[in-house]
Design a protein around this ligand. Structure first.
Ligand SMILES: [Zn+2]
Length: 117
């Protein structure tokens, strides 16, 4: 039960990363969830010992973690990135540092213009 709650929270975070990095949240969450289920249940069919079960659980969570890191750091790497949380000039949504496009309206973050030019 706790695992399901953890998985929901992890996938929610991954969806947020995806929105803020220009990836499709549906696809990224699907990849994370399907990979987790395949490893968890597929691995469970192959082994029966308690130790192996723990290893499979770690692998399944490792997969979710890898997807999260990929979306957070690799996707959208070519775009300029903010150094802290920022407020979208288009819709006023407050985005986290991870987002280099607005999570609400998808407008890319732009570096602040120097004042008094
Ligand atoms: Zn916005």
């Amino acid at each position: 039960m706790l695992e399901i709650l953890g998985l929901v929270l992890a996938l929610g975070a991954i969806a947020g990363f995806a929105r803020g990095r220009g990836a499709s949240p549906v696809i990224v969450v699907s990849v994370g969830l399907i990979g987790f289920l395949l490893i968890y249940f597929g691995g469970g069919l192959l082994v029966s010992s308690e130790d192996a079960h723990l290893a499979i659980l770690l692998c399944a969570w490792g997969w979710v973690g890898a997807v999260a890191l990929y979306v957070r750091f690799i996707v959208g790497r070519g775009r300029p990135s903010p150094t802290g949380s920022w407020i979208c000039t288009n819709c006023s949504y407050t985005n986290g540092q991870h987002a280099n496009i607005c999570e609400a309206c998808q407008q890319p973050w732009t570096p602040p213009q120097p004042a008094g030019d």
